[in-house]
Design a binder for this molecule. Structure first.
Ligand SMILES: Nc1nc2c(ncn2[C@@H]2O[C@H](COP(=O)(O)OP(=O)(O)OP(=O)(O)O)[C@@H](O)[C@H]2O)c(=O)[nH]1
Ligand SMILES: [Mg+2]
Length: 205
């Protein structure tokens, strides 16, 4: 995918603010600090379009970024949707519950979700919250791929095995796509673009 343009569209607090065009939405879900905003920046070759931080809990609103991609001489407009991260331990329980409701509201109300990109940390077993979120996405029948981010943090020779053992834990039937990724090193992007393109192309007019 070639990126022809990328721009911030809106920070939504309320479903009425979600874009009301019918462009496909590719949404990033995952715990706080796992690299959702970094993922977006890496995929579109922008350093800071999506706000990232070494302090977790930075993304509090639902940020929409409109992307104009091109593949095989065909323009493919879509949104990357950056959700707030869950499970930030420094937030109060009440605030954490609010973030959870916010995420759930988006996943339930947005009509144009083409793909959920569920980010986990390649180094760690999925957290309790990861499992809750994963089950929710599957039960809602949302199309989903799982990305094990921060692959630069482990030896390259261990990456494939680690992705497999994470899949054994979350998806023992192995019927979903699990891929490694590193937003830091900008590696493994091609496989992820292929998955995204497939989803966008099949629903384009
Ligand atoms: N080593 C390494 N660090 C990464 C990678 N991806 C993200 N980070 C770092 O992890 C931290 C958090 O990244 P963000 O992209 O802000 O994470 P987020 O998931 O958007 O976090 P919230 O907005 O709090 O939910 C930053 O310091 C990033 O530089 C990666 O692939 N490798
Ligand atoms: Mg973020």
């Amino acid at each position: 995918m070639k990126i022809k343009n990328s721009e911030f569209t809106i920070s939504a607090v309320n479903p009425r603010q979600y874009p009301n065009d019918d462009l496909p939405q590719i949404v990033l879900v995952g715990k706080s600090n796992v690299g959702k905003s970094s993922f977006i920046n890496t995929m579109i070759n922008r350093k800071k379009l999506a706000r990232t931080s070494s302090q977790p809990g930075k993304t509090r609103l639902i940020n929409f970024y409109k992307i104009l991609g091109e593949t095989n001489a065909k323009e493919l407009p879509f949104y990357f949707v950056d959700l707030p991260g869950y499970g930030y331990s420094k937030m109060s329980k009440v605030q954490q519950a609010e973030v959870g409701k916010f995420i759930e509201q988006y996943l339930r109300k947005s009509k144009n979700i083409s793909l959920v990109i569920f980010l986990i940390d390649i180094r760690h077993n999925p957290t309790v919250n990861d499992k809750i979120m994963y089950d929710y996405i599957i039960n809602q029948n949302l199309p989903c791929i799982i990305i094990a981010n921060k692959a630069d943090k482990i030896a390259i020779t261990k990456v494939d095995n680690q992705v497999k053992s994470l899949q054994d834990l979350l998806n023992p039937l192995h019927d979903l796509t699990f891929l490694p990724f590193s937003a830091e090193r900008k590696i493994y992007t091609e496989n992820v673009w292929n998955k995204i393109e497939n989803k966008i192309v099949t629903i384009s007019p």
